[in-house]
Design a protein around this ligand. Sequence first.
Ligand SMILES: *[C@@H]1O[C@H](CO)[C@@H](O)[C@H](O)[C@H]1NC(C)=O
Ligand SMILES: *[C@@H]1O[C@H](CO)[C@@H](O)[C@H](O)[C@H]1NC(C)=O
Ligand SMILES: *[C@@H]1O[C@H](CO)[C@@H](O)[C@H](O)[C@H]1NC(C)=O
Ligand SMILES: *[C@@H]1O[C@H](CO)[C@@H](O)[C@H](O)[C@H]1NC(C)=O
Length: 463
Amino acid sequence: MAKLLVPLVMLGAVAGGSHRCPPRCLCPAAAPNPTLLCARTGLLAVPPTLDRGAVELRLADNFIGAVGRSDFANMSSLVHLTLSRNGLRRLAPGAFADLRALRALHLDGNRLPALSGPQLRGLASLRHLILANNQLAAIEPAAFAAFAATVEDLDLSHNNLPALPWEAVAAMASLATLTLDHNLLERVPAGAVARLPRLARLDLTANRLRALPPVPGPPGPSLVAGGNPLHCNCELLWLRRLAVPGRLESCASPPPLAGRLLWAVPEEELACRAPAIAGAVAQPAAVLEGQPLRLGCAAAGDPPPALHWLGPDGRLVQNGSRRALGADGSLELRVATLRDHGAFTCVASNAAGEAAARVEVAVLPLPVPHGDGDGGEAEAAGPGPSDMARAGGNESRATGERRVVAAEVTGSSARIRWLPQRHVPGIRVFQVQYNSSLDDSFVYRWVPAGQKGGFWGGGEHRV
Ligand SMILES: *[C@@H]1O[C@H](CO)[C@@H](O)[C@H](O)[C@H]1NC(C)=O
Ligand SMILES: *[C@@H]1O[C@H](CO)[C@@H](O)[C@H](O)[C@H]1NC(C)=O
Ligand SMILES: *[C@@H]1O[C@H](CO)[C@@H](O)[C@H](O)[C@H]1NC(C)=O
Ligand SMILES: *[C@@H]1O[C@H](CO)[C@@H](O)[C@H](O)[C@H]1NC(C)=O
């Protein structure tokens, strides 16, 4: 008897309720707030007749393959939304834009391939975001922006993530639980986790991590990281010290430790090896000013050493447009200048120490054209003051007319214009010389005569 009554009561609620209830859903009138229960009802899409004042909406275990921009429009009272196990593949940008009050969003057990910036826009109160068991292979940093301050529980487990937008994660000031197990993560950047003040639990089980940066504590967050191919060297001493029998972190390398549980490895076997530089060369060893040159450096050590370069002036070489640092530790001088003449130093460093090697670089000065009516001073010895000051020659100085003008100057470009010049026999190219404030030295570019009307006819060049 009671069994029969319950559906009748429910039906009564549906029919008599003041809110519209989508077909096949239950909308119990007894619930304190408008609640729409539509789980397991065979839905193929979000019903269009949803009560926009609903506080709770359950749509789990249906066949909703896509969520459109207006499916949840105006539902600004919604606190709890469940879309679990729907085979959901497509999520329109802004689909949740009106859900300002939403605290829990369950999207687990779907087929979302990636998260782009606008897809989770508007979720300004979100506390729990459950994205486990999808096919996520990429997440844009902006995807998490709306709830960076509020989210407490982020579950991305059982996806295909090779990387995370760690900067965006590190900004989640309220984050308490971060669940990342069963992904393809290869790296957790140092400091990414240390910056999360509320973090209580971090699950990194079954990823592809070879190294783990120290997590703060004790009492830090509880960390589990079994099932990763950890390289057990001195950098994992911190984890070894936390490790108690029964912990599952194990070593994949170096060979003598492969397959052993980390807690069972004596601390003294977790060793590092200081860098040794195998070779450092310049190719070619000597170039004309203005030509490119590559410096290579190879170093071994455990962990693999980081490489950097000091210039002939003893200063650290920064990555830039003229001096480019490669991921392999090489240094490319795209346009060698006289300031590059001398000894560069390759420095290799890791947790166990440092090593250095010098590489001699010879930069030969270019011959400087004479007889352009401007005195023809020998400049070959080094970069002099900017030609721009003199470029107009004597007559322009007298008249105050500027013969060479830099216009449209931005942080990285300028348009150089010049007026017709007197012809100098034998000159077929001219040189634009500019000061790259990035590395405080001159850069030379050759521009063939004839380009944009030619040198003698005036023209322009972009740098
Ligand atoms: C949402 O509200 C706006 C403004 O009141 C209205 O124009 C629009 O039709 C509503 N959308 C839905 C899906 O109810
Ligand atoms: C240097 O900058 C270039 C782009 O300008 C970038 O591709 C490269 O990865 C950078 N190298 C390092 C070591 O950061
Ligand atoms: C350069 O200018 C000065 C003063 O304006 C003038 O006395 C001199 O004759 C000029 N020289 C040439 C080579 O034009
Ligand atoms: C290049 O420009 C910077 C900034 O304007 C200046 O400090 C520096 O001295 C200049 N370098 C040369 C070689 O003129």
